[in-house]
Design a protein around this ligand. Structure first.
Ligand code: PEP
Ligand code: MN
Length: 264
């Protein structure tokens, strides 16, 4: 169902208020790794509004390698996130980690993110297929292209066609950076499916100094959008500060991605 052979025209996902994701536009989604406080949300929202970015990312349920690390503000954080974004015309993308959270979250999100660790949580994928909300599905930590496509097929075959695929880097032997951002995936996925393809350069390389280069490379590789981490003070972020750009860097990145897209 997700194959180009089955449907030739590209899928576009309409989030309402003129925010559409898919071929023909370049979507920018930015925000902190984790939602931390009301003040933080307000500062990020202001930064996005100033730069005409319509979609904010931010986790309230965080999959952390250590159980002692910050695991997110949960549903209360999401409700605060939702209130401030709605007041400012910003759409929300946030990670859902398990089936039981869907019902509580569904009224407060515009796009459900499925994280790399849950990329093959088939019960979660089935339930998101029934939920009828747009889904951004990340590639697994060591996931193949075929596994990503099959995971998307789970969602689609349950009746939800509003899916975007996300390349976020795969694990390799290399340890000079966090992951290897596999930009090969972009043209290959675009050829194989009609779904929008989004790139996450922040998790893909894991080092803030190179987020801009990899974002621009993603634009030129044919991505339909980029999702990256930004924070008012990356050094103080509760999670993933090392790969998070500040607002000044973010502003420059937005301008340069739009320039690059106009040349594509
Ligand atoms: C995130 O977006 O902060 C995240 C946890 O991403 P991933 O699932 O790709 O590691
Ligand atoms: Mn993160």
């Amino acid at each position: 169902l997700i194959s180009r052979k089955w449907k030739v025209e590209p899928t576009r996902i309409d989030l309402g208020d003129g925010v559409v994701i898919g071929e023909g536009q370049f979507s920018i989604m930015a925000g902190p790794c984790s939602i931390e406080s009301e003040k933080q949300i307000e500062l990020v929202v202001q930064h996005l509004v100033e730069n005409n970015v319509k979609i904010m990312r931010g986790g309230v349920f965080k999959p952390r390698s250590s159980p002692y690390a910050f695991r997110g503000l949960g549903l209360e954080g999401l409700q605060m996130f939702h209130r401030i974004c709605r007041e400012n015309g910003i759409k929300i993308i946030t990670e859902v980690m398990q089936v039981s959270q869907i019902e509580d979250m569904v009224d407060f999100v515009d796009v459900f993110q499925v994280g790399a660790r849950n990329s093959q949580n088939f019960n979660l994928l089935d339930s998101l297929g029934e939920a009828q909300k747009p889904v951004l599905l990340k590639r697994g930590i060591s996931g193949t292209i075929e596994e990503l496509l099959q995971a998307a097929e789970y969602i689609f075959s349950n009746g939800n066609e509003k899916i975007m695929l996300c390349e976020r880097g795969i694990r390799s032997y290399e340890n000079a950076y966090r992951n290897v951002l596999d930009l090969n995936a972009v043209p290959v996925l675009k050829a194989k499916t009609h779904l929008p393809v989004i790139v996450d350069p922040s998790h893909g390389i894991g080092l803030r100094d190179y987020v801009e280069e990899m974002s621009l490379a993603a634009v030129m590789a044919g991505a339909d959008g980029v999702i990256y981490e930004t924070h008012q003070k990356p050094e103080e972020a509760f999670s993933d500060g090392q790969q998070t750009v500040n607002f000044k860097e973010s502003e420059r990145l937005i301008k340069r991605m739009r320039q690059a897209y106009s040349l594509r």
